[in-house]
Design a protein around this ligand. Structure first.
Ligand code: 13P
Length: 255
């Protein structure tokens, strides 16, 4: 597999699911099932669940992520959470620019970039989401859009910092719909992201950067998707809420 140069990362994105007590129970169920993983295993959970998640994951190979981060270091930003707060809470990864945040919460390419810079500065590993809508795909804009979103998100990010950046290609039409991109569509979309990284940073950085696929990835289709050259693991929504399904995806990425 391509994983000779890039380690696969399987990350769950729990979205707005699970209370703290449910978090403890689900992570305790997952721990033994993913203990032998030969890929990185991350669970990105709601802010309120972070303390329970970090505690439950202690001593295991599961790393904890957040689902968003604010771009300012501190100040009058009611309801927001800073990168330093996440680091102190034991968070290592953070999802940035998910299409749900772009659609429902006014996230723009510029705020995605600012959040990415804030996360990197604090030592977090951003999982930056990019992806086209069905309309954009049908109009033939997929490559242009993915390259644009990728480059915008990485404005002022140094080649050195790219070691800590993960990009997740998540076609909007595949998120939560049960419609998964085919293995080839995922490979192509991830390839456009990698090409944008190469245009910005050169071949070596492009080759070394983890690019995940996300969008209705599940226990049945994961193996085909992660077998593709450009697909270095996945960002998993619904299937990351079920311990067994998630562990099957982790196993598929460990082969
Ligand atoms: P689903 O796996 O539920 O389609 O969600 C994908 C996603 O949005 C992960 O960030």
């Amino acid at each position: 597999m391509n994983k000779q140069t890039r380690k696969a990362v399987i990350a769950g994105n729990w979205k707005m699911n699970k209370t703290p007590s449910e978090t403890t129970a689900l992570i305790n169920e997952m721990k033994p099932l993913v203990a032998d993983a030969d890929c990185d295993v991350v669970l990105c959970v709601p802010f309120i669940d972070i303390a329970a998640a970090v505690e439950a994951a202690k001593g295991s190979n599961i790393k904890i992520g957040a689902e968003n981060v604010h771009f300012k270091e501190s100040g009058a930003y009611t309801g927001e959470v800073s990168a330093a707060m996440l680091v102190e809470a034991g968070v290592e990864y953070v999802v940035i620019g998910h299409s749900e945040r772009r659609t429902y919460f006014g996230e723009t390419d510029q705020t995605v970039n600012l959040r990415t810079l804030a996360a990197l500065k604090a030592g977090l590993k951003p999982i930056v989401c990019v992806g086209e809508t069905l309309e954009q795909r049908e109009l033939g804009y997929t490559e242009t859009l993915l390259k644009f979103q990728t480059k915008m998100a990485l404005t002022n990010v140094s080649a050195e910092d790219m070691k800590n950046v993960i990009i997740a290609y998540e076609p909007v039409w595949a998120i939560g719909t049960g419609v998964t991109a085919t293995d080839d569509q995922a490979d192509e979309g991830n390839g456009f992201v990698r090409a944008a990284i190469e245009e910005k940073y050169g071949k070596d950085v492009a080759k070394a950067t983890t690019v995940q696929y996300g969008g209705s990835m599940n226990a049945k289709n994961a193996e085909g998707l992660v077998s593709k050259y450009n697909v270095d693991g996945g960002l998993i929504g619904g299937a990351s809420l079920k311990a067994e399904d998630f562990s099957i995806i982790v196993k598929a990425a460990s082969k």
